[in-house]
Design a protein around this ligand. Sequence first.
Ligand code: GDP
Ligand code: MG
Length: 823
Amino acid sequence: MPVKLPFESVKISPDEKLQDKQDTIELIAQLEDLAKRHPKKGAVRKFTNLIADTNTPINSWKFNEWDYASKKVSLPTYARGLFTKGNEIICRGYNKFYNVNEFLEVSEDQLKKNTTGPYTLTVKSNGCIVFISGLEDGTLVVCSKHSTGVRDDIQKNHAMAAQRALESQLIGIGQGKERLASALYELKLTAVAEFCDDSFEEHVLEYKNDRAGLYLHGLNFNTPRFRTYPMKKVNEFGQMFGFKETKSRRFETFEELIKYLSNVANEGTFEGEEVEGFVVRCYRTENHEDFFFKYKFEEPYLLYRELREVTKQFIRGGPQNVHFGKHKLICMDYLKYIMPLMHDNQELREQYLDNQGIIELRKKYFVARGKTGLEVIDEEVSMAKLEDEMRLLSFGDSQICKYAVVTVATIGCGKTTTSLALANLFPNIIGHIQNDNIRRPVGNKLVAGALEILINRPIVILDKNDHKFIERKQIFDDFDQLNEVIPTSKLKFICLNFLRNRPQEDKDLWNITRERILERGDNHQTIKAAGKGITKAEKIIQGFIKRFQPVDPGREPDSKFDLIINLDVTSPDSSYANVKTVVDNLISFASDLNLTRPTEEQFQEAFKSALDYKPSVNKIVHSKGGPRAPAYFGIVIPNAEELQNKVVKLIHSTGLDWKTYETLKNTDRLLNDLHVTIIHYKSRKTNGESRALWNMYVKQVFFDDLTKIDENSPKIKGCSIPLPSSPTADIKLEKLCSNDKLVCIKVSVLGLYHADGREIHLTAGNKFPHVTLGTISSEIKSVESNNLLNDICEFHATNGIQCLDFEDSEENTLKGLPIFAYY
Ligand code: GDP
Ligand code: MG
């Protein structure tokens, strides 16, 4: 029976209807196909369950969060939340949308250019999203983002809780649920609402008593293309069925909208009420399709979340277990306040872990402080600055400057020798960082490291050739970008100019540096000049000389140096005199440091030990006696502890018991050396494709990168120590999984890179790349993780299995992890 609605539905022509139908069939076929490709990029996870109170199966389709934003993959739909039955869409979420400035595409400039008004600003409610729809027979369908119906494998069923809330809402206004279901079925719409109820689950904002309920914020067409009803109609519909209203406000132009947002950002409120942010609805200019973006207030919500996390950590593991984030000082202050309240109150602690009473406790604290969240944050900023400054500037003496010493030279000019001698002479004053010691990709790590040294010492030498303008410019740029604590006026740049003239014409320079490098032999991180290496080394030295661009104080970037110290490489023993020249210059230029000139003996001693220096990191070593093929390739997780912390944090966030994990911890069976196997040589045997892939790995990774590392090196065999220079990988933590035998993390490999940074275009050979965290006995081998993941991902097994998704965040993306070969 058609349902009469107090408003006119948006009309669709019969042609459009037909098109939508065809598109839907095509989309579902594509999804079915993609689901088989799991877990590759762009794949989709299909989950089938029964619609509550029926025997009707319904499929949920879930993409990897990060694929929505990926430029490399194109998804068949960008709907976040999609449920189908047969060849029909039952529920359709909004197209995934982003925060303003989260990506270039949603920068203010781009939005202004590519969207058209009117702009409808709607208040973002803070709960969990639910999709509501109806079947022909009047059955109501209520889904959370990716789930619907009764399930026995999850602890909290958001869909069912929302369904109950919806039912009592309808009873409250004397409406049958069939009526809502039929209306949505007739109109082919999904009602999108936010389920906010602190008695079910607390989020960041408070939703108690009257405020608790379902906030309707959208009506989407159940079609592949994203089309949604205007806000006015959404509210009319909402009123009819007793939903809570989503407040909105309309702006004709982008300028008006932005002006409003920047005004309101300071208070973080809408019509006097605390809100987390807004969702803005508008249209894509090119095709007039519906387009959304959001605008979220960072604070005080970030602080609120942090307070919640530290409290949970504290309850679970006491003070030692607390990891602070951005708001360390406030969190400490807050913990001090809540500790006595928590102490004798087990109920409070238990409820808190079940997401109850979080807001109450936070409010108590702010009341005790007599300030709002934002006010306390304001205070913290000034405290933090003060702390940094005190650490940086040796107390009370505001005259002290920081000096970044930048070398400009070619290979063998004595940069390292000179720097080491200087650091030997003034160990507490001069720090030294060598570019050659930094694992590639180097990026801005040299400057980042230098800044770190500057926290404790006033001078740092950045030991690198910097033989071209662009290299020098990069140093200045990196300082600009990374330096957050040293006042610009107190940061001075000094250039150690080893080569004054055009080195291309300087025969002596060539002879001296070539001779030195020959002599140095293999005592260098990358340039190996012993034996046959000399021709290669000569080429490298020549290359630097050829490209050298002399320091030119009359132009940028060299004009930015506050002092240029001219040095000479005119004799084989030039470095000794250079050390003295630098010291003399520093004494007069960095007068605030009151350096005393060392004695002749001190100079000599410092120089001698600089000459004896042998690098302790080895980037590339010749392979001896030809390479052996490895047993497998893997990715090292250099910091096992950090990963364990993430796991613990994730587990704690759910409040569930993870027995196997506990057992591993208590029996000391958590592995210390963690890795992800990328491909095993045994995989050659499965089929021709795998063999080809293995061979490509051997060729591209092993011969191009890894054979250059000494295969006898213990660093390769035990994977606890990261290799100084190796191919690298970026991975993402996806899912923590366990059964009664083991615990592992399913990861996805985002990219593989050669040691020089070029991408390796190979897929992982392992179907479910993972990190095994530990097995309960030595009988159970790590490879069993594959079986567990197969059960979970292929068969959706749930029996005796625990599974938990990692949040899709930067923090859970691990970049630049070394790749190793295992023999
Ligand atoms: P860099 O490439 O500019 O860092 O040059 P190094 O400081 O590593 O110098 C290259 C080699 O020459 C090293 O083996 C040094 O020990 C050696 N060397 C550098 N300066 C002198 C010097 O003044 N006298 C002597 N005898 N050896 C030097
Ligand atoms: Mg050097």
